[in-house]
Design a protein around this ligand. Structure first.
Ligand code: GDP
Ligand code: IMO
Ligand code: MG
Length: 426
C-alpha cells in the first residue's frame, strides 16, 4: 500500500500529528492538502515537543519530502516563523515544498475573521481560530485570492495585492467601521516573504504523482476533523476546507486512485474546541477530570477544549464518509481513574425515535439525547504499556467494544504522546 490518508474523525486534535510522525518512519513523502495554520499538530520525539501548524509532521525525518499542496492556505509569515523555529532546533526544512497554486493568507484575512466573529451574536459565533482561514477560502472561491505563485513574482504580486487590499480596506472601513490597513507596509513585508519562500516552491501535483508511480510511500496528513468539514461537518460550526478523505485528491492535485488506505484517528473520548453541537459533552466533574488529565487545552489558541464521552454514532458516520480502512484510538491512558466509561451508541429524539445515523441538520441534532452503554472503567496507569497485550483486560474490552460499535478495525491504540506509546494491535 504505497499511500495512506490520516484523517481526524471527530472535531480535530485527535492526535493526527503523532500518528503521522510514527507512520512517517516508513514513508518518503508527507503531504498536507487542506487547512492552514488553524491546525496545531503535536509531535513528541526524544522528550522534545514540536507544535506544527503548516509544516507537515514528517519534518523530523531529514530525507522525507514534506509537501504543502494546492488545497492549503498559507500564511507566509507564520510558515517562515515555524521554519525558523525548526531550523533553530536543528531540524532542516530543505525538503519542504509548497505548491504554487496554494492560496496566501493576507493580513486582511485574520483581521476580517476577527471582525466578523465579533460582529456575530453569541448564538452564531463560530469560535474560529481567527487565523483568517474562512476569509482566505472565501476569496479563493470568489476568484480574487492571491496564490503562492503570485507571492514569488514580485511585480505581479505588487499589482494584485494592491487591488485586493484596496477592496478589503473598503470592506473593513465601510462595513465594519475599523481602521484601514497600511497597504504599502503589507506589500513590502510580503515581497520579503516571497523572496524567502521562492526556493521552496514546486509543483506538488507532479511530486506526488511521480513519487506514487515510483512506488514511494506517501502519507496524506489531515488537519481538523470530519465533523469540521465544510459539507459533512456540523455546518456552520465548521472550518472552510474539506478535512474528509475525499479532500486529499483535490487538495494535492492527484486523482483519488492514488489513495490506497484511509486511517481514521480518534480519541478514546471526544473533544471539541470552538462553538457548535456536541451531543456527548460533559459539563460535570468527569468532564473537568478528562480535561485536566488529558491536558485538553488548544494547541493553537490555548482555549480549554470541551470534553465528552466517545460517540460511536459520529464514528460510524466517519467510517462511511471517509471510507476508513482502519482506526487509531489515542489517549486511552487519559481515561484511567475516571470511573465507569460511557459510549454513545445512538441518539434519541423527544418522541422516542432512535437515530443510529448522524443527522444532517443542527435543528434535529439539538433535539437528540445520547443513548449510552456503560463499560467498566480502569484505574491502572497504562502509559508504560508497550504492547496491546500488556493492557489490562478492561482496556482491551473497551477497545473491542468501540471497534464493534464503529464497524472499523482498530489497529493502533495510544497510551501517551510519545512514539513508543503507540500500541499496534494485530
Ligand atoms: P492533532 O491536531 O490531531 O495533531 O492533535 P493535537 O496535537 O492538537 O492534540 C493531541 C494532543 O494529545 C497532543 O498534545 C499530543 O501530544 C497528545 N497525545 C496524542 N496521543 C496521545 C495519547 O495516546 N495519550 C496522551 N496522553 N496524549 C496523547
Ligand atoms: P487540528 O488540525 C480543532 C475549529 C475552530 C472552530 C472551527 C473553525 O489541530 O486538528 P477556523 O479557524 O478553521 O475557521 O475555525 O474549527 N478548528 C479546529 N479544532 N483542531 C483543529 O485543527 C482545528 N482547526 C479549526 O476551533 O471551531
Ligand atoms: Mg491540533
Amino acid at each position: 500500500m504505497p499511500s495512506k490518508v490520516v484523517v481526524g474523525v471527530q472535531w480535530g486534535d485527535e492526535g493526527k500529528g503523532k500518528i503521522i510522525d510514527i507512520l512517517a518512519q516508513e514513508a518518503q513523502v508527507v503531504v498536507r492538502a487542506q487547512g492552514g495554520n488553524n491546525a496545531g499538530h503535536t509531535v513528541e520525539q526524544g522528550g522534545e515537543v514540536y507544535k506544527l501548524r503548516t509544516v507537515p509532521s514528517g519534518i523530523l525525518y531529514p530525507d522525507t519530502l514534506c509537501l504543502i499542496g494546492n488545497g492549503v492556505v498559507v500564511n507566509p509569515g507564520s510558515l517562515l516563523a515555524e521554519m525558523d523555529g525548526l531550523e533553530a532546533r536543528g531540524i532542516s526544512c530543505a525538503n519542504l515544498w509548497i505548491d504554487p497554486r496554494a492560496h496566501v493568507i493576507m493580513p486582511w484575512h485574520p483581521l476580517i475573521d476577527g471582525l466578523a466573529e465579533d460582529a456575530r451574536d453569541e448564538a452564531h459565533r463560530i469560535g474560529t481560530t481567527r487565523n483568517g482561514i474562512g476569509p482566505c477560502y472565501m476569496d479563493k472561491a470568489e476568484r480574487s485570492g492571491l496564490r503562492i505563485w503570485d507571492l514569488v513574482h514580485e511585480e505581479v504580486f505588487r499589482k494584485k495585492a494592491r487591488i485586493a487590499g484596496e477592496e478589503k480596506n473598503r470592506l473593513i472601513t465601510k462595513l465594519y467601521g475599523a481602521q484601514p490597513m497600511d497597504l504599502d507596509a503589507i506589500i513590502e513585508e510580503y515581497v520579503g516573504y516571497g523572496k524567502r519562500l521562492a526556493s521552496h516552491v514546486a509543483d506538488v501535483s507532479v511530486l506526488v504523482y511521480n513519487s506514487y508511480n515510483e512506488g514511494k510511500k506517501i502519507l496524506f496528513e489531515g488537519a481538523q476533523g470530519t465533523l469540521l468539514d465544510l459539507d459533512m461537518g456540523t455546518y456552520p460550526f465548521v472550518t472552510s476546507s474539506h478535512p474528509v478523505a475525499g479532500g486529499f485528491a483535490i487538495g494535492s492535485g492527484v486523482g483519488p486512485r492514488m489513495i490506497d488506505e484511509v486511517i481514521g484517528v480518534a480519541k478514546a473520548y471526544t473533544t471539541r474546541v470552538g462553538e457548535g453541537p456536541f451531543p456527548t459533552e460533559l459539563f460535570d466533574e468527569v468532564g473537568q477530570l478528562i480535561r485536566d488529565k488529558g491536558h485538553e487545552y488548544g494547541t493553537v489558541t490555548g482555549r480549554p477544549r470541551r470534553t465528552g464521552w466517545f460517540d460511536a454514532v459520529i464514528l460510524r458516520y466517519a467510517v462511511r464518509v471517509n471510507g476508513l480502512t482502519q482506526l487509531a484510538v489515542n489517549k486511552l491512558d487519559t481515561l484511567a481513574g475516571v470511573g465507569d466509561l460511557k459510549v454513545c451508541t445512538a441518539y434519541e429524539l423527544p418522541d422516542g425515535t432512535r437515530l443510529t445515523e448522524y443527522p444532517e441538520s443542527l435543528e434535529v441534532l439539538a433535539d437528540c439525547k445520547p443513548v449510552y452503554e456503560t463499560i467498566p472503567g480502569f484505574t491502572e496507569d497504562i502509559s508504560g504499556c508497550r504492547s496491546f497485550d500488556e493492557l489490562p483486560e478492561s482496556c482491551r474490552s473497551y477497545i473491542a467494544e468501540l471497534e464493534r460499535l464503529c464497524g472499523c478495525r482498530i489497529t493502533m491504540v495510544g497510551v501517551g504522546p510519545a512514539r513508543e506509546q503507540n500500541l499496534v494491535r494485530a
